[in-house]
Write a protein that binds this ligand. Structure first.
Ligand SMILES: NC(=O)C1=CN([C@@H]2O[C@H](COP(=O)(O)OP(=O)(O)OC[C@H]3O[C@@H](n4cnc5c(N)ncnc54)[C@H](OP(=O)(O)O)[C@@H]3O)[C@@H](O)[C@H]2O)C=CC1
Ligand SMILES: Cc1cn([C@H]2C[C@H](O)[C@@H](COP(=O)(O)OP(=O)(O)O[C@H]3O[C@@H](C)C(=O)[C@@H](O)[C@H]3O)O2)c(=O)[nH]c1=O
Ligand SMILES: [Mg+2]
Length: 298
């Protein structure tokens, strides 16, 4: 089996490049090798690589910057995704893609189900929604995983930002009214590999059905509690990390102005994934400790 992987140097892409290895030949492409800001160039790349599966881990993920670059964000997260989907459809390949909790406005009082009404609050969310819709419209065989609050030992993410700030400053202010579940990129990648293996068997047997699935860490928290947990666990398992922060003040979103609005409720109900694939990601605290331990081994 030939698996074309885009965004191979991103948080999820980096982990996928390893997790997908047992499935076949992984054709891992970074931004230079496959640039989604040029959708018109994708057809030649796909023809050349002849993949059975296209795993799209590339995305424009700078949420605040997207407010002033919506056209570019939407070209990458919407138009290019539609082009990949049409190319997958034309050659009978399976498309695996990731989307986000930011397709929702966060006004629901319980965790979001896959078929809840979407209403993105920001440009990034609108572009990601356009990508989801383009895939559905293409008619290709696909799996879309909506994930949330992704972090990893490498790349730009909240955990690494907090480790940096917590070693520099005595006091931090972090929003406590946005709730969700941190998700370790490693867990996303491992779950993806297991699910793709199952999906390819189902396709051989002619009983595969495309679908959209929530895929997020277990449990729930808010950004402030997440930050405090990062500091407590890092103090315990990362001896080389010099903790300076003593106070993490819980604030409201209104006290932390950003260009992009963010949903207050980012919780994604995991039941559909469990029922269809028997896959559930570990509790966010367990995954965080594993990731920090790995950072400490470097
Ligand atoms: N990060 C998060 O919190 C969340 C992410 N997601 C989704 O999960 C998926 C994976 O995200 P994640 O790994 O966290 O994101 P990252 O930002 O870590 O990685 C994205 C990768 O895409 C690459 N990229 C950016 N622009 C282009 C382009 N024009 N052409 C090709 N590649 C490009 C980046 O390249 P370069 O390294 O050169 O910048 C980077 O390697 C995405 O679909 C994202 O929308 C969903 C919910 C939460
Ligand atoms: C650095 C910092 C952030 N914050 C807040 C801002 C924001 O509400 C929250 C998290 O900050 P981030 O910049 O990591 O948030 P953000 O980049 O919006 O994270 C999102 O990324 C995209 C790609 C997604 O798809 C989402 O699931 C989500 O993970 O913490 C503070 O309150 N204090 C701080 O010191
Ligand atoms: Mg971010």
């Amino acid at each position: 089996m030939r698996l074309m992987l885009t965004g191979a140097r991103g948080q999820v892409g980096w982990e996928l490049a390893r997790s997908l290895l047992p499935l076949g030949e992984v054709l891992a492409l970074d931004r230079a090798a496959c640039d989604l800001s040029r959708p018109e160039a994708l057809a030649a790349r796909v023809a050349e690589l002849a993949p059975d599966v296209i795993v799209n881990a590339a995305a424009y993920t700078a949420v605040d910057k997207a407010e002033s670059e919506e056209a570019l964000a939407t070209r990458i997260n919407g138009e290019a995704v539609g082009e990949l989907a049409r190319l997958a459809r034309a050659r009978g390949a399976l498309l695996v893609h990731y989307s986000t909790d930011y397709v929702f406005d966060g006004s629901k009082s319980t965790p979001y189900l896959e078929n809840d009404a979407v209403a993105p609050l920001n440009a990034y969310g609108r572009g990601k929604l356009a990508g989801e819709q383009a895939i559905a419209a293409s008619g290709c065989d696909h799996l879309i995983f909506r994930t949330t609050w992704v972090y990893a030992a490498r790349g730009g993410n909240f955990v690494r930002t907090m480790l940096r700030l917590g070693a520099e400053r005595e006091a931090l202010r972090v929003v406590a009214d946005q709730i969700g579940a941190p998700t370790w990129a490693r867990n996303i990648a491992d779950a993806t590999a297991q699910i793709v293996a199952q999906a390819m068997r189902e396709r051989c047997e002619g009983r595969f059905e495309s679908g959209l699935y929530n895929l997020a860490g277990g449990g729930e928290t808010n950004w402030c509690e997440f930050a405090r947990t990062i500091f407590d666990e890092a103090s315990r398992v990362l001896p080389a990390w010099q903790r300076k922060v003593t106070t993490v003040e819980a604030i409201g979103s209104g006290d932390y102005p950003t260009p992009a609005r963010r949903p207050l409720n980012s919780r994604l109900d995991q039941r559909r994934l469990v029922e269809r694939f028997g896959v559930a990601l570990p509790d966010w605290r367990v995954a965080l400790v594993r990731c920090l331990e790995e950072l400490g081994e470097r």
